[in-house]
Design a protein around this ligand. Structure first.
Ligand code: ADP
Length: 229
């Protein structure tokens, strides 16, 4: 069974004379544990693709299967559970809750899902992200890079099947940006986490196993890179 299968995906925004085709018959298969970079110019459809995979933006036609599950086939409730448990989504701006501390922000999705926090995983993640000393700090007491690390922790806490990052370094300087990529790669290696990153940054894309280029809503290039040391 393919891990992530995207089948003839189309997304059209707007109505009548005002239509924009954001995705135009995209088909792709992504393997478990693969680190994929999605590149392409602004407006080419990268975020739309990521949001379709994340279960947050329903495609106009076509299908997405994650571990054999047809993502948009069930009820809205089933889709909400899919979003909470199967995907970890990271944005350019971290969307942390300002009144919750680091630990509370990271565990929020678990608590909202009425599940028990796995303390061992939480500790493991705080170590991985270098946030152990900051676990009781509020977001406004952290640097931009640290806040983005909390967002990564929140996305990883659920051990999602796939981690999706939309320009995760876009709001950071290059040193902090590189640190975020290092952490994403480390979680990819440590947890065999499937990772899809949308990026403008060629240096980030070159670190991926595979680079998919989107132009006008179509996949125009799909290259697997040589294994790197
Ligand atoms: P990228 O991430 O590559 O910059 P997007 O996926 O955000 O591109 O957008 C693809 C196209 O779809 C663009 O032309 C954009 O203007 C359009 N688009 C994206 N979201 C919406 C929306 N909610 N309503 C209308 N058009 C949209």
């Amino acid at each position: 069974m393919e891990f992530l299968k995207i089948q003839d995906l189309c997304k059209v925004y707007g109505k009548d004379g005002n239509q924009v085709t954001a995705l135009d018959h995209v088909s792709l298969t992504i393997e478990k544990g693969e680190f994929t970079a999605v590149i392409g110019s602004s407006g080419s459809g990268k975020s739309t693709l990521l949001h379709a995979i994340a279960g947050v933006d329903k495609p106009t036609s076509g299908k997405i299967f994650l571990e054999g599950q047809d993502v948009y086939a069930g009820s809205n409730e089933k889709l909400a559970i899919f979003r909470r448990r199967q995907v970890g989504l990271i944005y350019q701006f971290h969307n942390l809750i300002p009144t919750l501390n680091v630990e509370e922000n990271i565990t929020l999705p678990i608590l909202m899902d009425r599940r028990q926090v796995n303390e061992e995983r939480l500790n493991d993640l705080l170590d991985l992200l270098g946030l152990q000393e900051r676990r009781r700090h509020l977001p406004n007491q952290l640097s931009g890079g640290q806040q983005q690390r909390v967002a990564i922790g929140r996305a990883l806490m659920n051990a999602p099947a796939v981690m999706l990052a939309d320009e995760p370094t876009g709001s950071l300087d290059s040193r902090n940006g590189q640190e975020i990529i290092r952490l994403l790669k480390e979680s990819h290696t440590k947890y065999h986490q499937t990772l899809i990153i949308v990026t403008h940054d060629e240096n980030i894309a070159l670190q991926a196993d595979r680079i998919i280029t989107i132009s006008d809503g179509k996949v125009v290039r799909d290259v697997r890179q040589e294994a790197r040391a």
